[in-house]
Design a protein around this ligand. Sequence first.
Ligand code: FPP
Ligand code: MG
Length: 294
Amino acid sequence: MNIQVNDFLNSRKKKIEEAMPLFIKDLSTPHSLKESMLYSLEAGGKRLRPVLVLALLHTYNKPEETGIATACAIEMIHTYSLVHDDLPCMDDDDLRRGKPTNHKVFGEAVAVLAGDGLLTQSFSLIVQDPVVTAEKKLRLVAELVKAAGVEGMVGGQVADMEGEAKSLSLEELEFIHENKTAKLLGFSILAGAILADAPEEDIDKLREFSYHLGIAFQIRDDILDIEGNQEKLGKPVGSDTLNEKTTYPSILSMQGAKDKLHDHISQAKNLLQHLSTKAELLEQICDLIAKRDH
Ligand code: FPP
Ligand code: MG
């Protein structure tokens, strides 16, 4: 694996992890709520979504500082979605990123409210950002609502719940994953491109790119639920099979799922060839996503 991409991911992950608590720690709010929000924010994770914002700025040779607040906002939304997803009324999970889930530590009511808090604060991070113009902020917020809201992640989560213990078609499965996973990941890419003043033609291509990358990310997730290692993943393997969920391997067989993963990765990489700038870092991130083990 190319050392440069790993250096980029690790150093930017560290930056994000240093910046995120600063947006929370001075808020005037009950201690329990703050602790619960910080507990999940600081529980680790790959930080792929925020790092993608910075990767886009890097690709367009723009200062990465412009993307820090937006990047942290996305990770806060991602974290809220995991806190809620783990609740007893949803997936009822005890372990996330190798640690007890938020509701196991703080109780269900505080976990629900910590998720609500992370979601609402994330918009504040974007809106209050002193280094981004009002016009760009408006565009970011509008795109984020589409990605994380009813026509994005929230809708995808409901479709996912309703599809449990049912046998879904590939089309239905793709609807779930495009909405539940790919749109928020895609927002990271679009947000980075918007902040970097990328040409509109590039933004259109990057929208398509992020669809392929997001679906590939989810196919890898399904594969890891079967072939992955519990220690590396920080959560139990086999939960999809246990919950009788339709997954890419369950529809296409393991080999079919792997072929589809590689097909989406090559389509994503192909789109990068048509940007107005060289995008080696993004190409390398595509390869990493295809091979990730956690
Ligand atoms: C793992 O991300 C997460 C996903 C593949 C997305 C799952 C989507 C949901 C749980 C949506 C839930 C929505 C609501 C509204 C409750 P990752 O591998 O990047 O995890 P990491 O941050 O731990 O690395
Ligand atoms: Mg779930």
